[in-house]
Design a protein. Structure first.
Lengths: 133, 133, 133, 133
């Protein structure tokens, strides 16, 4: 798809504009308060979740082609609402992503959290007061 | 940010690789079954929702700079988990996004849904059997 | 706890009244539009989800006493918001529960769905057009 | 409904037993790991959310009888999964509810939080270090 060969920022800005036009053509902008868009985004995340609720972890790693297509479209819905929200709130999502990756690397030093899924707060609390944990 | 000037697909593939390395360095890949990643994605969507639950729609359109920064980071978390999931499931998210936009345009013809937030199923049911609605 | 020895309906009505008083004393009723309460309820459901996202199914069956207490409190938060919402919307939750149980029994006949987690729509579609599934 | 005239605890224990039987008759117990049940509960909470995403706060206070019935059934689904989970985890939900209400009263003193929806952490941080907020 040639659209995806353009620079990332150009693509996302174009996508925001297309979503704004889509809403304008339908007079839907009135419904798209950020509050409402985050609700819709959360609902889409749950529709994705629903595909996985009765699957084992192992089954979730080996989706059938049909399941994978359905899951891909749910993921697309999330991406679309996320970019629609970014457009309405004037958020530079890639800037936030790159900053968050740096923050996460500092928050979860590899040699301290290796093999553990415990949250940052848990291991740091433990680090401070190991005897209390 | 120069990273975002690269072609979209290149950027996303690179991001998937960076997230895989991040998980490998921490031996976290074992926790990243798609089933678990969609749970984490849904949790992040709710953390975004939490910022808006007591705001009016009007307030949600005028976030303070501090609120906007917090919201941007929650959106980044969603983006990151979405790309991590796309990496694990080998999903081409932009292909799915572009297909979904075409599907949505067909599903919600502008002249039929203008100014209404009713769902597709509702207005089509009505279209078929207006007397029953 | 003696409160729980009273008839179910009496307990729930009393609970609704206590939650209304709690909100009134804090002048929080203004924030408790049903739209906002369902957002808060959904956020609480995700806080419950967060406790389980990195656990295996097996681990989720054997919570430590500490985990079980935390989970119990998250469940209580959901119960409280559900009853607060029922109070605001004047919903008789037990009536709806009993009706839904009858509906579910009709929707999922034991001899048709045994051992399968497929959704109602899937197996009925199959029932109609088994060759297409 | 006479069932709801029995003591609260008796009703809930009976409900847990009925839900266990419902699952056993369908051989669904194998799917009902707590991890999966919390996912299903979260999905139900989002189905409730979906009814409200495009409504204004004002509209959410004045549901039509049809909307209210649909909403009541979504709330029933949440109640049912919550009790199913309580059964599997052996959680005394009413005990947790009563304890949480006491905790909330201590956490949000009426004279300190009146008219404000700010979270506990925010106002206590402010209380400790007002100059930093």
């Amino acid at each position: 798809m040639s659209a995806t060969m353009v620079p990332m920022n150009t693509y996302l800005n174009d996508l925001k504009n297309r979503l704004q036009e889509f809403a304008d053509e339908r007079d839907w902008d009135q419904f798209h308060a950020p509050k409402n868009l985050v609700m819709a985004l959360s609902v889409e995340a749950s529709e994705l979740l629903e595909h996985f609720q009765w699957l084992s972890e192992e089954q979730s790693r080996k989706l059938s082609p049909e399941q994978q297509q359905l899951v891909a479209y749910e993921m697309a819905d999330i991406f679309i609402y996320l970019m629609r929200l970014a457009g309405k709130l004037d958020v530079d999502i890639l800037k936030a992503v790159e900053e968050k990756i740096v923050m996460n690397a500092a928050k979860y030093p590899a040699d301290k959290v290796r093999g553990s899924s415990r949250k940052y707060t848990e291991y740091t609390d433990e680090a401070k007061t190991p005897q209390e944990d």
